[in-house]
Design a protein around this ligand. Structure first.
Ligand code: SF4
Length: 388
């Protein structure tokens, strides 16, 4: 007989509104409009009730009390205070937040204001992640960001002044026309702002985005691959020197400030995702909600449940997926702990690993962990694709 499941320790909520759409973005997001936000929050409430009702029916637990909550999007800070108030009342009617250790909100510097920050702190949000992307005006323009360079700095200072003690900044690298000096200036600014955590993402030209169309038309020239790779190394070295060692392919933190919520994903642990396009991994079933906003809202309004796809992973698939996720971490994996958690360790019988060892792209540490080396990190996605 299948044992009753326990609630996941992590909750993700997708709030999909933005002041304007960035040129590189293919997330489930749309330009903020009050009536749409109202309808979305109504739909979200229905989904919360339906999802948690179903979980309670099949669970040994009666209360959903996650350890981490992450509000992502979109730009959750695009909602005004009355809308945020409504959101938190929905959340707290369904979720016990008393056990939450890390409660993150993503914010755009353009929609950051002291009253909103004060309100979020009162609601127990204790970590804020700013989508700064760059402090260089020409790059912000290229990316279609709504905020200026000074707003990025101001937002971080405002959050500190309000009382946030855990602040993260997102930056991008490998951007068209981004020089090495541009990148160094961005990294130095982030370090000068004493960020606790930094996510540094290499630009991906996603299908259907204005930036990709511009590249296809020849009006924007991507950075040569060799430059992109040099950017990655500069990010690693500069942040490490600045006291933020790399702990994941794209993430750097002061020791103790690693993102606890994201570690749940990389450890392939269970999480519940609510909202348009949100993914969940509960009881070894991976589900993804409707990605198109109208489909999501119609499904949530009529059924509560807005799941578009479901996949139950067998033991071998779980082990493979977990390996790919956990090898993203700079600390790598403990092969024995991995084998006892997942019943197998695909690395044990992989010839590919031996090749990566020889090439210096993977290594075994003194305490027996297996990890991607610093040399391998810039090409980590290519390495991991061999374990799919
Ligand atoms: S603010 Fe974020 S979610 Fe919104 S369009 Fe820009 S990148 Fe996408």
């Amino acid at each position: 007989m299948k044992s009753p499941l326990t609630f996941p320790d992590a909750l993700y909520v997708h709030l999909p509104f933005c002041a304007a759409l960035c040129t590189y973005c293919d997330f489930a997001s749309e330009v903020y409009a009050a009536a749409r936000a109202q309808r979305y929050l109504d739909a979200l409430e229905k989904e919360f009730r339906a999802r948690l009702g179903a979980l309670k029916e099949s669970s040994a637990d009666t209360v959903f009390a996650p350890r981490t909550i992450f509000l992502g999007g979109g730009t959750p800070s695009a909602l005004n205070i009355p809308e945020l108030r409504r959101f938190f009342s929905i959340l707290k009617s369904q979720v016990d937040v008393s056990r939450v250790e890390e409660f993150t909100i993503e914010a755009n510097p353009g929609s950051t204001e002291p009253a909103k920050l004060d309100y979020l702190l009162k609601e127990c949000v204790n970590r804020i992640s700013f989508g700064v992307q760059s402090f260089q005006p020409h790059l912000l323009k290229l990316l279609g960001r709504v905020h200026g360079a000074s707003q990025g700095r101001e937002a971080v200072r405002m959050a500190r002044a309000a009382g946030f003690t855990n602040v993260s900044i997102d930056l991008m690298h490998g951007l068209p026309t981004q020089s090495h000096d541009d990148l160094r200036r961005d990294l130095d600014e982030a370090l000068a702002l004493e960020t606790d955590h930094l996510s540094a993402y290499g630009l991906i030209y996603e299908d259907g985005t204005p930036l990709k169309t511009a590249v296809e038309k020849g009006t924007v020239a991507p950075l040569p691959a060799i430059e992109e790779s040099a950017h990655y190394s500069t990010v690693m070295e500069t942040l490490e020197r600045g006291g933020l060692p790399q702990y994941e392919i794209s993430n750097y933190a002061r020791p103790g400030r690693e993102a606890q919520h994201n570690l749940v994903y990389w450890r392939n642990e269970a999480y519940l995702g609510v909202g348009v396009s949100a993914a969940s991994f509960v009881d070894f079933e991976r589900t993804v909600n409707f990605i198109a906003m109208d489909n999501y809202m119609k499904a949530a309004e009529s059924l509560g449940n807005a799941i578009e796809t479901r996949e139950t992973l067998d033991a071998a698939a779980r082990a493979r997926e977990s390996l790919i996720l956990e090898l993203r971490l700079a600390r790598g994996i403990d092969p024995n702990e991995f084998a006892s958690r997942w019943g197998t360790n695909p690395l044990f019988d992989s010839n590919v690993v031996a090749t990566f060892f020889t090439e210096g792209l993977m290594e075994k540490t003194a305490d027996g962990r297996i990890r991607i080396t610093r040399r391998g990190m810039p090409v980590a996605d290519g390495i991991l694709s061999n374990f799919v």
